[in-house]
Design a protein. Structure first.
Length: 95
């Protein structure tokens, strides 16, 4: 990765992902699935989908036969805990 290739410039302990809406879901995905590569994430207007529960995202993500969660399976790593910041607002029924 770029971060690993240029350790003189980048410190994985100080790299955070961020995004709003779909990009917020991607930021969370990167943070949870690549915990050794980033320190954490900020996501706004985004959340986790649990199949069979409302609200269903506009693109119907997470509703496939093999899906249970979307965009990621929620997990915890005691080896390298992540900083996760989330911003939501009350008038968005899909968050």
């Amino acid at each position: 990765s770029v971060i690993e290739a240029d350790k003189a410039t980048y410190d994985a302990a100080k790299v955070y992902t961020y995004g709003f809406s779909q990009n917020g879901m991607f930021a969370s995905y990167i943070s949870l699935c690549f915990t050794s590569k980033v320190a954490g994430s900020w996501s706004g207007g985004a959340g986790m989908v649990i199949k069979g529960k409302n609200p269903v995202p506009p693109g119907k993500q997470g509703q496939c036969a093999d899906c249970k969660y979307w965009p990621v399976y929620p997990c915890h790593s005691s080896v390298k805990p992540q900083v996760m910041c989330t911003q939501v607002y009350t008038d968005d029924k899909t968050v």
